[in-house]
Each structure stands twice: as structure tokens, then as C-alpha cells.
Ligand binder design. Structure first.
Ligand SMILES: Cc1cc2nc3c(=O)[nH]c(=O)nc-3n(C[C@H](O)[C@H](O)[C@H](O)COP(=O)(O)O)c2cc1C
Length: 347
């Protein structure tokens, strides 16, 4: 199946694995690329050195195109973008900020994806010269807004000319076929690949997802779209929804982030001042982002659901097995082709 996304990135299939910090190892990203898709490795929580090592590790595991995801509102974004450019990473996905590096990526033949949830921002990203937009619908894990994929993608099709990637609510071939029918050129799946053999997500979570229904996630609306998120329903989620972010917790999260990223005090202060996102991310938003990011290792890798929340999409209700990435991609393509055949035969 050739689409503008397969042509743009040089992949076999129009299937991309969404960036997932902690659980996306270089091995998981390479497995997706070797299976004909495009894996995105998130470096937002990495030190520059860790980012370079991970990029080199991916290069050693696959000769197919791969991508890296960096949220520009996060500390050390500039330093890591420099490394990404130096390593000539084939695809850069960014979010939460204004990209200053598009020409430099194009100069070595790389491509840039903007990760967004708002049509106005997609139009702006196209004007800035990005190669594709990734629009995340309400159904998805991560930080969508209230607008569903069903509404976002046809609107995006009318609003921009560049290739569109649909994400949020896609976990099978019918989802891929539907996204293409809505006007997308490719899809991102996050939650589906989180429950794959190669994913580092704790086995306890994988089992919980296998037993879940489509009702088992919740949109945690903090009143700030950049800081709201969809999470797997747990006791901790309900507790978090009741409280505002206390200043003590925000400060302890900032200290954890400083340690995680190995930042000096001056780097920490500069990062805080520089991290004003394109979407005008609030101070509270940045603190919440940072809080959830620093606790994620404990939650996702060690399966400790007392200390934080697991982001997950509504497709948890559709996930009933733990296949390899290759199996997920092959099955999704076969189902999509069957869905197209059935539609042609029926209508
Ligand atoms: C466990 C998990 C962790 C995620 N972590 C990140 C992340 O670090 N950065 C990011 O931009 N998106 C993150 N996402 C969102 C995905 O990249 C993607 O946008 C989303 O999962 C798509 O919706 P879906 O889950 O319905 O497929 C994460 C998703 C999951 C399931």
C-alpha cells in the first residue's frame, strides 16, 4: 500500500509507532522499522548523551528509516536537536514549541513531523515548512484535546496540503482503513504497540489492558489542554483528579527532573524560562508534564500504580493479545486490505 506517508518516509507501510517515553527502547523502535513501519524514539526525558547513544543503537539495529521525538518545551531541547541534526536522523517529530531546525533537517534530506491536536496549529506548521502533521484525537493516549480523530482528520484534510498522520483510537486494520478514508495518509498507533512483545511496559499493565474494556480509560481534564491527559482508570487517577497540583509536589517533581536530566541549577532555570510552547503551555502545564514524566519509569517499567498514572488510549478495549510488532503490522495491513475489499464489494 503506497501513500504519501510511505513515499515521504521511505517505509513499506503507512504505519508509525507513536513516541512513548520509557517503554520505547531502541530495540522496539528498530523492530517497527524492520517490520516495514516507522518507529519514533522519544528523547524528551533523555540527557543529550543518552539521546546520542540511543540514536546510534537504533542505527546499529536497523538500516531502515526511523524517527526521534522531542518536545520543544522540555529542558535541553536545543542541545538534543543539535545531536539529532549531527546524527542526521531521518525523521524528527516535535511538539510544544516552534521549530527552528526545519531547513537544517531538509539540508541532509531528513523530514519533520509536527505533533498537534489543533487545526490552527497544523496550518501554522505547514506555513513553517514541516513535511507532515500528526493530529492526535481525543480517543488517544497522551495529551489530546476534546476533539476526536473522526472530526480532526477531515478538517485537517480541508486545511492543509501536506501529508496527514492520524493518531488516537487506531489499533487495527479497520482503523487504518477508516483513517485513510477520512483523509489521512498514514496512522500512528501508540497503545497497540505498547502491548507488544518488544515493549518495555510492565507485564502487569499489559495483563490489565488485555482485560480492559473501551470504558477503562479517562480523560484527565486539568482545565489546561496542554496538561490534560488520557489515562488508564486506577485509584490513583481518581485521587489526582480531586486535587490541584500542590506546590510541594511540583517542586519535588522539578528536583526529580533536574536529577534525571543531570541539569545544573543554571541550566534548570534557563530551561524553565525558555520552555514557552507554541501552544502557550502554562507554568502549571509544564509542572504537570514534568511530574508525570519523571514518575513514569516507576509506573510503566516497575508497574507501581501508587505513584503515578499510565497514559493509555480507548483502544485498550480492542487489545486482546501480546503479539510481536511484526505480527501487529502484518495483521493491520491484511485487515485494512480486507476492509477495503469488503467496502468495494458492498457499496
Ligand atoms: C504508554 C504510552 C506512553 C506515551 N508516551 C508518549 C511520550 O513520551 N511522548 C509523546 O509525544 N507521546 C506519548 N504517547 C502518545 C503516543 O505517542 C500517541 O500519540 C498515542 O498513543 C496515539 O493514540 P493511541 O494510544 O490511541 O494509539 C504515549 C502513549 C502511550 C500509550
Amino acid at each position: 500500500m503506497q501513500t504519501r506517508i510511505t513515499e515521504l518516509f521511505g517505509t513499506k507501510y503507512p504505519i508509525i509507532m507513536g513516541a512513548m517515553y520509557w517503554i520505547a527502547s531502541p530495540e522496539l523502535v528498530a523492530a517497527i522499522c524492520n517490520a516495514g513501519g516507522l518507529g519514533l524514539y522519544p528523547v524528551s526525558g533523555d540527557t543529550p548523551e543518552q539521546a546520542r547513544n540511543a540514536i546510534r543503537k537504533i542505527k546499529s539495529l536497523t538500516d531502515r528509516p526511523f524517527g526521534v521525538n522531542q518536545m520543544l518545551a522540555f529542558p535541553l531541547a536545543k542541545e538534543k536537536i543539535d545531536i539529532i541534526l549531527d546524527e542526521k536522523v531521518p525523521v524528527i517529530e516535535y511538539g510544544l514549541g516552534r521549530p527552528w531546525f526545519i531547513d537544517k533537517v531538509h539540508a541532509y534530506g531528513g523530514k519533520v513531523i509536527a505533533k498537534l491536536s489543533i487545526i490552527k496549529h497544523a496550518v501554522k506548521a505547514e506555513q513553517l515548512g514541516v513535511d507532515a502533521v500528526n493530529l492526535v484525537g481525543f480517543e488517544g493516549a497522551g495529551h489530546p484535546t476534546y476533539v476526536t480523530t473522526m472530526v480532526l482528520i477531515p478538517l485537517a484534510r480541508k486545511s492543509v496540503k501536506i501529508p496527514i498522520i492520524a493518531s488516537g483510537g487506531i489499533s487495527n486494520g479497520r482503523g487504518l482503513a477508516a483513517a485513510l478514508a477520512l483523509g489521512a495518509d498514514g496512522v500512528i498507533m501508540g497503545t497497540r504497540f505498547a502491548v507488544s512483545k518488544e515493549s518495555l511496559l510492565n507485564d502487569k499493565w499489559k495483563q490489565r489492558i488485555l482485560e480492559a474494556t473501551e470504558q477503562d480509560t479517562i480523560y484527565m481534564d486539568t482545565g489546561d489542554p496542554t496538561a490534560s491527559m488520557r489515562a488508564f482508570k486506577t485509584k490513583r487517577v481518581h485521587e489526582e483528579l480531586k486535587k490541584k497540583l500542590p506546590i510541594f509536589e511540583a517542586m519535588s517533581a522539578a528536583l526529580e527532573a533536574k536529577k534525571l536530566l543531570n541539569l545544573s541549577w543554571s541550566q534548570m532555570i534557563r530551561a524553565g524560562l525558555a520552555s514557552q510552547g507554541e501552544e502557550g503551555m502554562s507554568v502549571m502545564g509544564r509542572m504537570r508534564f514534568m511530574t508525570s514524566a519523571v514518575r513514569s519509569e516507576e509506573v510503566m517499567i516497575h508497574g507501581n500504580e501508587e505513584v503515578g498514572v499510565l497514559t493509555a488510549g480507548q483502544v485498550v478495549g480492542d487489545i486482546k493479545d501480546i503479539p510481536t510488532c511484526q505480527e501487529i503490522i502484518d495483521r493491520t495491513m491484511a485487515e485494512a486490505e480486507e476492509a477495503f475489499r469488503q467496502m468495494k464489494a458492498q457499496y
